[in-house]
Ligand binder design. Structure first.
Ligand SMILES: O=CC(=O)O
Length: 301
């Protein structure tokens, strides 16, 4: 029998409350708003055997601290891949074809006569799409973009990933070449020490003027001051962000003032089907971990 206590709210559990509630627990099922760090693990105490996060990202977990204590970790890859890829394509099109600006103009009287260059954007046909960090999600995005007649897919990562790349006929290039060649650049890498702030002036200054930058991974991979500069000075054409630092991004943040920046509130995996699948997988990971059995999706530490 498992005894459990549930935080029955869509709002994150206040930290102090969480620190109290985890005391003596054998397992924790969390979402990405909970920092699972040394302080929390200390508060939980020596019973804790498993942490199961309902997310594919795990930058909110201190992996070193978990490993040190022999605590197993479950996460939810794969079940959200289609949903995240779909949203990434939606965000890319909304940004490149200026859909948010366009609906605003239509609603607020900006729609005059048909004008030749009004609300022109950039199309996918004949374009080069770059993927920063090629994994399951990057492949799924490319598969969806291919029918839009993309000319070429390129990617960069710590090393070539031929098995995945062959699925979408993507060419491995250097980070600089990715910046230089991409008409659309989709960031799909995990947030780690190595990728923190990797999308900064060095990247933006090498990109094409017509380039569209899309991030559905984690806000921490982007230097937002540099992105603001790049967007506001026309160094790149637009950005679509599903993730920011912090979250929520304060409503007075300069990025919100830019017409060429589309910001979504971290909804890439937000479909009923996917969130249900993620929660079932997270629960099954937790139960398997508690029983000492192999987890359906365990993160190797
Ligand atoms: O961002 C969402 C996730 O990591 O699942």
């Amino acid at each position: 029998m498992v005894q459990f206590e549930m935080w029955d709210s869509d709002e994150p559990v206040p930290r102090l409350e969480l620190l109290k509630k985890v005391k003596g627990c054998d397992g924790i099922l969390c979402v990405l708003t909970e920092k699972i760090d040394a302080q929390l693990l200390e508060a939980a105490g020596p019973n804790l055997k498993v942490v199961s996060t309902m997310s594919v990202g795990f930058d909110h977990l201190s992996l070193d601290e978990l490993k040190k204590r022999g605590i197993r970790v479950g996460y939810t890859p794969d079940v959200l891949t289609d949903c995240v890829a779909e949203l990434t394509v939606a965000l890319l099109l909304a940004t490149s074809r200026r859909l948010i600006e366009a609906t605003h103009e239509a609603k607020t009287g900006g729609w005059g006569t048909w004008r030749t260059l009004w609300l022109c954007g950039h199309e996918l046909a004949n374009s080069t799409v770059g993927i920063l960090g090629l994994g399951r999600i990057g492949v799924a995005i490319a598969e969806r973009l291919k029918p839009f007649k993309v000319k070429k897919f390129i990617y960069t990562d710590v090393a070539p990933r031929p098995e995945l790349a062959n699925m979408i006929e993507a060419e491995y290039v250097s980070f600089d070449e990715l910046a230089k060649q991409s008409d659309f650049l989709a960031v799909c890498c995990a947030l780690t020490q190595e990728t923190h702030g990797i999308c900064n002036w060095n990247l933006f200054s090498k990109m094409k003027k017509n380039a569209i930058f899309i991030n559905t991974s984690r806000g921490g991979v982007v230097n937002q001051e540099d992105l603001y500069e790049a967007l506001s000075t026309g160094l790149i054409a637009g950005a679509g962000l599903d993730v920011t630092t912090p979250e929520p991004l304060p409503t007075h943040h300069p990025l919100f003032t830019l017409k060429n920046c589309v910001i979504l509130p971290h909804i890439a995996s937000a479909s009923y089907t996917t969130r249900n699948a993620m929660s079932a997988l997270a629960a099954n990971n937790l139960l398997a971990g508690l029983r000492g059995e192999p987890m359906p999706k365990e993160l190797k530490l």
